[in-house]
Design a protein around this ligand. Structure first.
Ligand SMILES: Nc1ncnc2c1ncn2[C@@H]1O[C@H](COP(=O)(O)OP(=O)(O)O)[C@@H](O)[C@H]1O
Ligand SMILES: [Mg+2]
Length: 280
């Protein structure tokens, strides 16, 4: 399988008042083309920092060291801030738990989608509008032309989530980083968004780094799963294999912690032949 992204020996330190927190320690993984890697682990295990460090967006006081980081076979670790800016939003885009973080509240949805295209692809407003309309429709936003003229707060949570996904796709990225994008949604909406991401992945051929604390979500979307605990990856492998026969007690505990799932999510999981490991 062709590798799209590869990182090894990632270390992230955070300087605290009187000490240094080794938040991420020796993390290595790779993501295949058009594959989904799930980083799963409890809150505070270092998942978000890992994702942010790939984008060069670490919080103040945090420093990154990495042995090797490549994207499409090219070195990424030594990129300048300018080089990173070119990658972000164009070849690598990101979606968050809270779409309000992705959108500017004072600009219409359409304007914001178009901006991404105008900045990275071409200064062609007409083409940008057409692309935004097309993508909104493809992610299941009804009346896209009307939505384009609305402000983020005028959309429901589910629609905002879809609009954010459309925005992340404006430049047809190779890698989508999704940090707990469905955590704030109710279970039905969660299943819909996961199904949407899966179908987008197939039709666009993109790779996804998906972050979650929920192994039920992992069962629905991952090809490969990497289990994080206290800043380290303690278990990694094919999703079916890890869910079926976890090596680590911590992974077993995460599996046991999967709450009662909705029939929809259970169905998705069953379709992936791991349904029997999702409780409910
Ligand atoms: N800006 C920050 N300042 C201080 N500590 C932080 C900051 N961001 C994250 N941390 C700490 O780093 C660790 C990993 O955080 P994070 O990557 O956000 O975890 P996760 O996404 O798995 O919940 C946690 O202990 C967290 O408290
Ligand atoms: Mg997080």
């Amino acid at each position: 399988m062709e590798t799209l992204f590869d990182i090894s020996g990632l270390e992230i330190d955070i300087s605290m008042k009187t000490s240094v927190l080794h938040a991420v320690r020796g993390v290595s993984f790779s993501i295949g083309k058009a594959q989904t890697l799930c980083l799963v682990g409890e809150s505070g295990s270092g998942k978000s920092l890992t994702a942010l460090s790939i984008l060069g967006l670490l919080p103040q006081g945090a420093t990154r060291r990495v042995e090797r980081m490549t994207f499409r076979g090219e070195d990424m670790a030594g990129l300048s801030e300018r080089g990173m800016q070119d990658l972000r939003g164009r070849s690598i885009s990101v979606i968050f738990q809270d779409p309000m973080m992705a959108f500017n509240p004072t600009m219409t949805i359409g304007r914001q989608l178009e901006e991404v295209y105008l900045r990275h692809i071409a200064r062609d407003r007409k083409a940008a509008t057409a692309k935004a309309l097309d993508l909104l429709e493809r992610v299941g936003v009804t009346q896209p032309a009307t939505r384009m003229r609305q402000y983020p707060h005028q959309l429901s949570g589910g629609l905002r989530q879809r609009a954010m996904i459309a925005m992340a796709l404006m430049c047809e990225p190779d890698l989508l980083i999704a940090d707990e994008p469905t955590t704030a949604l109710d279970v039905t909406m969660q299943a819909q968004v996961l199904t949407l991401l899966r179908s987008i992945q197939v039709s666009f051929g993109i790779s996804i780094l998906f972050i979650t604390h929920d192994l039920g979500v992992v069962a629905a979307i991952a090809d490969t799963v990497a289990v994080m605990k206290a800043g380290q990856i303690i278990e990694v492998g094919d999703v079916r294999q890890v869910l079926r026969s976890p090596r680590e007690a911590y992974t077993k505990a995460l599996i046991d912690a999967v709450p009662k799932v909705t029939p929809l999510l259970a169905q998705k999981a069953a379709a992936l032949a791991v349904g029997e490991y999702v409780h409910g």
